[in-house]
Design a protein around this ligand. Structure first.
Ligand code: UD1
Length: 461
């Protein structure tokens, strides 16, 4: 292992070779939303009947969640984009979820609510996931305690048990201190089988919460208000099986729009739900991009000169934190200076050091980056430290002069289905190298001229 800057590099792991300077054109298919699919899989633990999920992306996070369901004795049939899950044999004794799986995937922690609601007790390790801050789970725990559960943390484990003799949770009014997506999902799922009515105030409003509520209502739950900051759940005795189509991934869609903007290439993406992308579209319009929309298809026509535009990340409908790193990649190539402020996660700026090694002009002060666009970026070896920054490394490499190496694919593959394949289909040249011997690898810069000259836009298609 050797160091290439702020993040350590291990060339024995798979990496991407990304040729900079190519123009893209054509259409991209947006996959199903990872963050929806994961929580819907967890929600399948609420019923003894069979759940069919379609449009499930093929990702390593879905692999881990599948394994987690299997560890609860669930039956899971999986084809490329479909999952059929039956959790009828969920054990009624204390269920202990495996440390390795829960630690590998923070989203797996949302299994806590459904299992507790269904069988009255569960032991789950504290979660892992992207290295973007401490990511506590206090809101999940306080919510379940309000629903009448006894929740304790013993070592690395959360142990939750219902208190009532019938092992059921009890409806309650819950005011979240922070509009956490995961905590809203945990409480929402747990409350579906509680005795009585639950009201969640200051609930998260993300589209994935709406997708979850739609899914739970198909299962027979009685939920109103999802997508607003107050959600009301009337508890029911049991839930039934259903079929559901996962919504399109708004973060993948946003990443593709930024790929179009950074390469100054017109692209069409589909399917999308435009309301899920409103803050991203409005920022890209401010940058100089034009959009043509028809049904669930969106064409982006970027200006040759992308203007610098400030963003502050916020919960939905604000600018998504998951697109902060890709947007910073774009701003590195913009005309002017902008301010990028991260307010959702405390340590989500690790990509700054990597961008700077390509020639980006960025000053970082705590969670605010001041970015001055440059005319040219230069290929280098980059390592994505979390899921979205890995994608941002690929985007920035698409326009750097020469051939870049992007590592950290274990993060990228968690959240982007066929990422390089999709980009290659529209003109990128990205090669995945499954190198097993780092010593044979040598980094080189390709001599071909980059076609991009960001600020003037003169060489950009
Ligand atoms: C989800 C998404 C993630 C996205 C994030 C914000 C999934 C699988 N992941 O993550 O891609 O970036 O929403 O849109 O859906 N917090 C607490 N206490 C808690 C819970 C959260 O303080 O109990 C804090 C976190 O530390 C973080 C902030 O709240 O700073 C946002 O977290 P949250 O909204 O819960 O995000 P996740 O559900 O983890």
């Amino acid at each position: 292992m050797h160091s290439v800057g702020s993040i350590s590099s291990d060339l024995t792991k798979p990496y991407l070779k990304v040729e900079g300077g190519r123009c893209l054109s054509g259409s991209l298919k947006v996959s199903g939303a990872k963050n929806s699919a994961l929580v819907l899989m967890a929600a399948s633990l609420l019923t003894k009947e069979t759940i069919e999920l379609n449009n499930v992306p093929e990702l390593t996070d879905i692999d881990v969640m599948t394994e987690l369901l299997l560890s609860t004795s669930a039956e899971v049939q999986r084809t490329k984009n479909q999952l059929i899950v039956n959790t009828r044999s969920l054990d009624s004794e204390t269920l202990k979820l495996p440390y390795k799986l829960v630690h590998a995937l923070r989203a797996s922690f949302v299994c806590l609510g459904p299992i507790l609601a269904r069988i009255g007790e569960v032991q789950i390790p504290l979660p892992g996931g992207c290295r973007i801050g401490s990511r506590p789970v206090d809101e999940h725990i306080k919510g379940l305690q309000a629903l009448g559960a006894n929740v304790t943390i013993e070592g690395e484990n959360v142990i939750a048990k219902t208190k009532s003799p019938n092992k059921k949770l009890v409806g309650a009014k819950i005011n979240l201190d922070y509009e956490s997506v995961g905590a809203t999902e945990t409480i929402l799922m747990a409350a579906t089988l509680a005795d009585g009515c639950t009201i969640i105030k200051n609930a998260a409003k993300e589209p994935e919460i709406q997708d979850l509520a739609n899914f739970l209502n198909k299962m027979g739950a009685k939920i109103q208000g999802a997508g607003s900051s107050t959600i009301t759940i009337e508890g029911v005795n049991s839930l039934k099986g259903c079929k559901h189509q996962v919504i399109p991934d708004r973060i993948e869609a946003g990443t593709f729009l930024i790929a179009a903007a950074i390469t100054r290439s017109p692209l069409t993406i589909s399917p999308i739900i435009p309301e899920h992308l409103s803050s991203v579209l409005s920022k890209l319009k401010e940058c100089g991009c034009v959009f043509e929309q028809s049904n669930d298809e969106l064409k982006i026509i970027p200006s040759k000169v992308i203007q610098a535009v400030d963003i502050t990340t916020n919960p939905f409908p604000g600018f998504p934190t998951d697109l902060q790193a890709p947007f910073m990649a774009l701003m590195s190539t913009a005309e002017g200076i902008c301010k990028i402020k991260e307010t959702v996660f405390e340590k989500r700026m690790q990509h700054v050091g990597e961008f700077k090694r390509m020639g980006s002009k960025i000053n970082l002060c705590s969670n605010t980056a001041i970015v001055k666009g440059v005319k040219k970026l230069h290929a280098t070896s980059l390592t994505g430290g979390d899921l979205r920054s890995s994608a941002a490394m690929v985007l920035v490499s698409l326009v750097a002069k020469g051939t870049s190496i992007v590592q950290g694919l274990e993060h990228l593959d968690r959240g982007y289905e066929d990422f390089e394949k999709k980009l290659n289909n529209i003109g990128a040249n990205i090669l995945r190298v499954n190198n097993s011997d780092g010593k044979k690898f040598s980094f080189y810069k390709k001599k071909s001229e980059a076609k991009h000259n960001f600020s003037s836009g003169s060489e950009v298609a």
